[in-house]
Write a protein that binds this ligand. Sequence first.
Ligand code: FAD
Ligand code: AMP
Length: 474
Amino acid sequence: MAESYDVIVIGAGPAGYHAAIRCAQLGLKTACIDEFVGPDGEAALGGTCLNVGCIPSKALLDSSEHYHKANHGLDAHGIKVGDVKLDVPTMIERKNKIVKQMTGGVAQLFKANKVEWLAGHGKLLSDRQVEFSPLKKKSKQTLQAENVILATGSKPIDIGAAPIDEDRIVSSTGALEFTEVPKRLGVIGAGVIGLEMGSVWSRLGSNVVLLEAQDTFLAPVDGQIAKEAQKVFTQQGLEIRLGARVTETRKGKQLSVHYEDKEGKQTLQVDKLVVAVGRRPHTDNLFHEDTGLLTDERGFVHVGDHCETNVPGVYAIGDVVRGPMLAHKGMEEGLMVADVIAGKPGHVSYDTIPWVIYTHPEIAWVGRTEQSCKSAGIPYATGTFRFAAAGRAVAMDDTVGMVKIIAHKETDRILGVHIVGPQASELIAEAVLAMEYAASAEDLARTVHAHPTLSEAVHEAALHVHRQAIHRGN
Ligand code: FAD
Ligand code: AMP
């Protein structure tokens, strides 16, 4: 008899491990299968996010920011430092330790919640059976489940023009492992990951050039905010070449990156090249064709509003399904599906998922951009406030950027909040909550904000929607 479970989750990234823990909390017998193997050759939980994504990238962003500050940001505070030295291997080792701590933490949570961790490959068969191929054994097992949750995440997109070798041409994973600072670094794709990786190595001393195929910088971001960010990043030394489509790379003594822009064919010589052109859903050998599981034309597993697939009892969540490829979106889907399986109501507010780009200044937003209001014909009003006029930002010597609030012209309901500036990643939480509760700009304007805090910039932007800001002209 096949071992049977109430729920089998395939994939232990943020989506899968949240789903598994919540299922177990709700009293369901739960197993979670994951095939990820860390650099030490051991199975590790946490998926892309904890191992090679969100967490290690933020560790290096923080380290590189400290280095940058030690070199450039302390004089004005009256702090003189001597010769600042960089030790990249120690920086990478610190990042690796953090990853180990976080992935180990998920293993402990599995233990505490009685989620059975099965290290190996999972494949959906018909009738809610799952074929499990353990990492360390040749034999396969067939498991039976009442419900199966597919949470297999995503993989970097590889383009023919720049095949990844994880040595000179690397994915984001390789860009987290450089043991020395490349003198010249090329990055294909000026999206979220390209900008974060470019920032790390630029702060550590690389000459970074980003080649972006689109003519618009950060097209999904509110135009005013993207413009401001582009100006700041360029001042910081990131060279962003727009309308630049990479066509070929040649490896000689130097790495030549050939691309085309409106002026014709161009070549860039670099030491290392990061390919950050997006990610694709990871469904390799995930399901037998007998299951009849539907995927869409881009390879995402097709799901409905509650992440149900077309196969009864089979759900899919996280990067492997439609919607933004963000860890917290997958986490919420994981919790929702667990609740639905346990017979409780489940819901994800897809309209209020925050986005963050962890550059310095950070960029964060939620809801509609001004351009999307225009194209949808929604009447709107905007309020803005610059950090340069916020006392706390001045005291911190971190005054670049602004907050922008977009509210419905007639109802005053907040439609979108956009921030480029210090700690935007934290400040956006207030906006998400406000939108979740259908707040108006006036609601936010009448909410007391502590002084002096960066959040006062959000408050003033809300006041400015009705031209009642105090610390700026209206
Ligand atoms: P994943 O995290 O990809 O996990 C899927 C897991 O399933 C993996 O462990 C994989 O090995 C396993 N798996 C796949 N197929 C099988 C199979 N058949 N059998 C067994 N196991 C299988 N998002 C943010 O929200 N904030 C950030 O700051 C952020 N930074 C990022 C930085 C980088 C460099 C990268 C690459 C991504 C970043 N992301 C960030 C995106 C984030 O990592 C993903 O959105 C998130 O990891 C998706 O979670 P998931 O659970 O759907 O899949
Ligand atoms: P993201 O989707 O945020 O990861 O960003 C990926 C970026 O890579 C997008 O802005 C794409 O326009 C860009 N991109 C995709 N293919 C190419 C290419 N061949 N050359 C340059 N940029 C590209």
